[in-house]
Design a protein around this ligand. Structure first.
Ligand code: PRX
Length: 651
């Protein structure tokens, strides 16, 4: 959230709407208190269709907890077989709209058949089995959720790499996960242009352990390079159409997937997600936060490649048998009213999107919204980054017409499901523009000072989760120590989120942004490490440091500071080449808005780059605003570095 707005957050504003019943914050807190016990989650879990119902909430050596350890479950079974048993065979699961306006409609039965064919082929033709790992690198097509469900059906752990990542980012994740198979597509459409994903796959896998590449055809232009490649339609061609693959009975704590996310330092972390705890938090939040009813049309605009899509396109909504919309394109292509056109046409009732998209769309003339009838909407939520009060008001007034619940759900890759929110499907507290609301039932959060003590209402501090919760990670892939250190040691025994937050006098949480060096650009989470490695991998570059700078639309954007090797001269052409390098290696989302050539990076005595200082000099912030933020350096050091840097940059 922009610092200027942070100072005047509307803590005292309370907004209610006619159609919904609201409770006071005090009532919420007293009901919520009752839910902070293990037996609460066990009773929620018992609402799921387990092969073997669990009798225990969790066990294990903290923080490596196994949730519902004696339970047996299968995620694909919950999303498909259970829906069919409940009579939803012919219910529409997915309304898919291509950027070229191509439409496809799939019922639960269509998914069931496709998933079974894929599971059969993965198992019998590719030899995949329980415990194996497969990488998915796919665009937003119906075959994508089908692939995830097909792999989970047979107990194969998948690792999804967002299709906007470039070849090196893909390769790093393939290598770290150790997967031997990659499932991809020939490409997809982006703003009328064809993006050929297979090219990235080729360069990422040319020197890796990948033994097989499966290619779905979205553009109809795929190619097979060698025996390693196979088209997905060929793979399932002769599979009998009524094939049934018995879902594997998984332990609740068996991994369902790995999802890489960026941290403060070092390489991306593979967050390992369990099955039973994850499905339980999704089950609960889909009901409490989205209040999905049988007749609802749900639309989450995220890309499935990020956790939001994993949780609230694939596993969450499908396990309650919801009907969903999926759109291949960007929010303002082919025209700035396309999202509102889709909401009107398909009568979307629950809409889940990002602040960046809202800020982008609110810039266009109002007739782009007013042309369309948005009466079907009843719940609006955003996710991924703080929503500034102004954007919230626009969303609530212009899209929700002051009659919808509108919230900002806070959570992260590591939590698997929503943790702080408004909960229209449970108890609903009045809305406030820009707040996240209160923790969901069964989870307690607090705002702490550096020393771990509780911050006062209105005092900025660090957000932590106080109790273990289903959906917490199993670990970081192949790095138990890093898992424990990163999340459970910063404040002993509680989960450290890495976010700054403030709690107001009513107990509402307002997450303000990252407290570390993670960059949030358009809601996408980027570590500085990968961008810096891409830059230093370019000949002529000696060292680099990347920081996130505030941006009105995207929240933050990366800016790179680069030191060149002796004899290499800075130039605009070199800047462009470096941007191109980042685009190719990490992906288009990571391209720095600007590259600043510099002779020396400001560092603390222990060699840590003073990133906040770089940021401050770039944005011309006052030195007083940063001296408290660089924990390892003395004020004199910071001031000296600040003066030198300003001089060099001519500021
Ligand atoms: O800084 C918080 C921000 O996004 C981070 C998590 O990013 P990621 O793992 O990519 O997951 C995003 C989707 C769940 C958090 O540490 N964040 C997420 N939602 C919000 C938010 N910040 C403020 N308000 C939110 N609603």
């Amino acid at each position: 959230m922009p610092e200027t707005e942070e100072k005047k957050l509307p803590f005292d504003e309370k907004i209610t709407v006619e159609k919904w019943k609201f409770v006071s914050p005090e009532e919420y807190k007293s009901k919520h208190k009752e839910t902070i016990k293990e037996s609460f989650w066990l009773s929620i879990a018992s609402e799921l269709d387990w092969f073997k119902k669990p009798q225990k909430a969790y066990e294990g050596k903290f923080p490596f907890l196994k949730w519902f350890p004696d339970g047996k479950i299968n995620a694909s079974y919950l999303c498909l077989d259970v829906q069919i048993k409940k009579g939803k065979k012919d219910k529409i699961a997915l309304l898919w709209i291509g950027e070229d306006k191509k439409e496809r409609t799939l019922t639960y039965n269509d998914f069931f058949k496709l998933v079974n064919s894929l599971s059969f082929a993965f198992k019998n033709r590719l030899g995949l089995k329980k415990g194996d790992i497969a990488t998915i690198y796919m665009p937003m097509i119906p075959e994508l959720p089908a692939t995830m469900l097909a792999l989970s059906r047979i107990g194969v752990i998948f690792s999804f790499v967002f299709s906007g990542f470039g070849s090196q980012a893909l390769k790093d994740r393939i290598d770290d996960s150790g997967s031997k198979i990659i499932i991809t597509a020939d490409g997809f459409l982006r703003r009328g242009k064809k993006i050929y994903l297979q090219k990235n796959v080729e360069s990422a896998t040319s020197n890796s352990n990948i033994e097989k590449t499966v290619v779905f055809r979205r553009l109809g232009e795929g190619w097979l390079k060698d025996k390693k490649d196979i088209f997905a339609d060929d793979l399932i061609k002769d599979v009998p159409s009524d094939v049934f693959v018995e879902p594997e009975e998984m332990n609740s704590y068996d991994p369902l997937f790995i999802l890489y996310t960026s941290g403060t330092t070092g390489k991306p972390k593979g967050i390992v997600r369990d099955t039973g705890g994850y499905m339980t938090i999704l089950w609960a939040t889909v009901k409490w936060v989205f209040d999905i009813k049988d007749e609802d049309i749900f639309w989450c605009t995220a890309d499935i490649g990020w956790i939001t899509g994993h949780s609230y396109i694939v596993f969450g909504p499908m396990m309650v048998g919801a009907t969903q919309v999926m759109y291949e394109g960007t929010p303002d292509y082919p025209h700035p009213g396309i999202w509102w056109e889709i909401i009107e046409k398909y009568k979307v009732s629950i809409f889940y999107t990002s602040p960046t998209a809202i800020r982008l769309l609110m810039k266009y003339p109002e007739e782009n919204v007013e042309k369309y009838n948005l009466d079907s909407l009843r719940i609006l939520h955003s996710v991924g980054e703080p929503i500034n009060p102004e954007a919230w008001r626009w969303f609530f007034n212009k899209i929700g017409k002051r009659k919808c619940v509108a919230g900002s759900t806070w959570w992260m890759t590591e939590t698997g499901g929503i943790i702080i929110s408004h909960t229209p499907g449970w108890e609903l507290i009045p809305m406030k523009p820009g707040t996240n609301g209160m923790p969901i039932p069964g989870v307690s959060v607090s705002v702490r000072r550096q020393d771990g003590s509780y911050a006062e209402p209105g005092e900025k501090g660090f957000l932590v989760i106080d109790n273990p919760f289903p959906g917490m990670p199993l670990t970081i892939w192949k790095d138990d120590r890093r898992y424990e250190e990163t999340y459970w040691k910063r404040f002993e025994g509680v989960f450290y989120t890495g976010d700054f937050a403030v709690q107001d006098q009513d107990g509402y949480i307002w997450v303000l942004g990252r407290a570390d060096e993670v960059i949030k650009t358009a809601g996408h989470r980027l570590g500085t490490y990968e961008i810096e490695s891409a830059l230093t991998g370019y000949e002529g570059v000696a060292e680099s440091a990347v920081v996130g700078i505030e941006d009105k639309e995207k929240g933050e954007i990366p800016i790179a500071f680069v030191i060149l090797k002796e004899g290499v001269s800075p130039s605009d052409t070199l800047k462009e080449k470096l941007k191109e390098q980042v685009r190719k290696v990490v992906g288009p989302i990571a391209v720095p808005k600007d590259i600043v050539f510099i002779s020396k990076l400001p560092k603390t005595r222990s060699g840590k780059i003073m990133r906040r200082l770089l940021k401050a000099v770039f944005t011309e912030a006052k030195i007083g605003d940063i001296t408290t933020l660089e924990d390892e350096a003395s004020i004199e050091e910071i001031e000296k570095a600040y003066r030198e840097l300003k001089k060099e940059l001519g500021k």
